[in-house]
Design a binder for this molecule. Structure first.
Ligand SMILES: Cc1cc2nc3c(=O)[nH]c(=O)nc-3n(C[C@H](O)[C@H](O)[C@H](O)COP(=O)(O)OP(=O)(O)OC[C@H]3O[C@@H](n4cnc5c(N)ncnc54)[C@H](O)[C@@H]3O)c2cc1C
Length: 397
């Protein structure tokens, strides 16, 4: 049996004879994206059930992220999603009464000469769209942390950027959803999905759900969920690793700092730093920390951050998780072309935390109104991969 924490709509008989719980919408996945979608959908007056195979919210990628939020993107679509989402995080407590741990520690991007002109063009776009971003000479980056400036053309700093607590944010949306009668079912893995005359039937163990719409918010597992219904969802898993240092003797809070030349990044985590680098390896659902990768990250990063020469590493505190990635590393948010009444909201790479508010809004409008109209989500549509794609996003981290 699945554990239904809120009774939801009582079971009814379906044409297959087995009883099923009914809802207007079933959201698959209770990570930050699913929880945001569920609340936004319920706010539109729809009855919503969420099925999550884990025993609690935020136990997938959401609980393993670096928690960063930023406006420093290069495409209008991503900047617009951030410009909607960051104020939601900043004002969350005032608007909803839940603390979600937003701290504006900033993102500091260290830019090599080959990328400087394009970078400045992106900053101009960010500013046109209302984002406060500072441009600085390389040496000014030392205001924030010790950094070697050889080979840098400059740096940019986003003072709105920072971190949230993804657990707190997800649990907040779950609580807000419950207050609007969203039925959360934990320990409920969707194992079979079939079309019905007016929607879908989802089997989770011995509990079935019958619904008008499905929202696929299953993160790195979204491609597998699509396959259950015979649908192509272009999302695959990618393992990402984060290392935790021993305490660092500097009282400053280091912003989330990314060396664009190498992809090495770090930020403060209490008196320590977390750090890493994209592996570019396609190791799918591989589990665990690859300690061989630690050496590569340290050797690559030490030129930019010379204090890494004697950086202690806390092996027990280091971790790994999955990105869900699409061919262009931007999400798919929209109706699946293979079926009606199926909305995908997945494939966020390293942006699912920061774009969860905007995504929930778009998904609710797609289901309730037939299209997303407050924000333009067409850049994230299915089908872009076959039809010439969309503007290239250079700030995929
Ligand atoms: C190391 C790391 C660092 C990151 N850093 C950042 C960052 O700084 N900023 C940022 O914005 N993003 C970051 N990300 C990405 C971010 O974590 C994800 O984009 C985000 O968590 C996606 O949320 P989600 O709700 O879509 O997925 P998830 O949190 O993975 O939730 C999906 C849920 O679906 C459930 N599920 C799967 N299959 C089924 C099924 N068949 N039935 C029922 N339930 C199912 C899973 O159990 C899971 O709980 C990072 C990710 C990693 C791994």
């Amino acid at each position: 049996m699945t554990r239904a924490e809120t009774p939801g709509t009582p079971p009814g008989r379906t044409d297959r004879g087995r009883s099923a719980r009914t809802a207007d919408v079933v959201v698959i996945g209770a990570g930050i994206v699913g929880a945001s979608c569920a609340w936004h959908l319920a706010r539109r007056g729809l009855s919503v059930a969420v099925v999550e195979r884990e025993a609690a919210p935020a136990l997938g990628s959401t609980g393993r992220s670096a928690a960063g939020v930023r406006v420093q993107f290069t495409t209008e679509a991503n900047i617009a999603f951030s410009m909607h989402s960051l104020p939601v995080f900043r004002d969350f407590h005032d608007h909803h009464g839940h603390e979600i741990g937003y701290r504006d520690i900033g993102y500091l991007l260290l830019v090599p000469p080959a990328r400087w002109d394009d970078h400045l063009a992106a900053v101009a776009l960010q500013r046109r769209m209302g984002a406060p971003v500072e441009v600085m000479a390389p040496g000014e980056a030392r205001r924030f942390l010790p950094v070697a400036t050889e080979g840098l053309a400059g740096a940019t700093y986003g003072p709105w950027d920072g971190v949230i607590d993804p657990h707190m944010a997800t649990h907040a949306w779950v609580a807000m959803g419950r207050a609007r009668k969203v039925a959360y079912h934990f320990g409920a893995a969707a194992t079979r999905i079939e079309p019905e005359p007016r929607g879908w039937r989802i089997s989770c163990g011995d509990t079935d759900f019958s619904c008008g719409h499905i929202v696929n918010a299953a993160g790195a597992w979204s491609g597998l969920v699509g396959r259950m219904a015979g649908l192509a969802v272009p999302v695959r898993p990618k393992r990402i690793q984060i290392f935790l240092s021993a305490p660092v003797a500097d009282e400053r809070v280091y912003p989330l700092t990314i060396d664009l030349e190498t992809g090495v990044y770090l930020r403060s985590e209490g008196e320590r730093v977390i750090f890493g680098r994209d592996t570019h390896a396609d190791d799918g659902f591989t589990e665990g920390v690859d300690w061989g990768w630690l050496e590569d990250v340290l050797l690559t990063g030490v030129d930019r951050f010379p204090w890494w020469v004697d950086l202690g590493v806390d092996r027990g505190g280091s971790w790994w998780g999955y990105y869900g990635v699409t061919p262009d590393h931007n999400p798919v948010i929209g109706f699946n072309p293979g079926a009606g009444r199926w909305v995908d909201a997945c494939g966020f790479s390293g942006h699912g935390i920061m774009h969860a508010p905007a995504t929930g809004l778009c998904v609710a409008e797609l289901v309730a109104d037939g299209s997303a109209h407050t924000l333009d989500a067409t850049a994230f549509r299915h089908g872009r991969f076959d039809s010439g794609g969309v503007p290239h996003e250079a700030h995929i981290f």
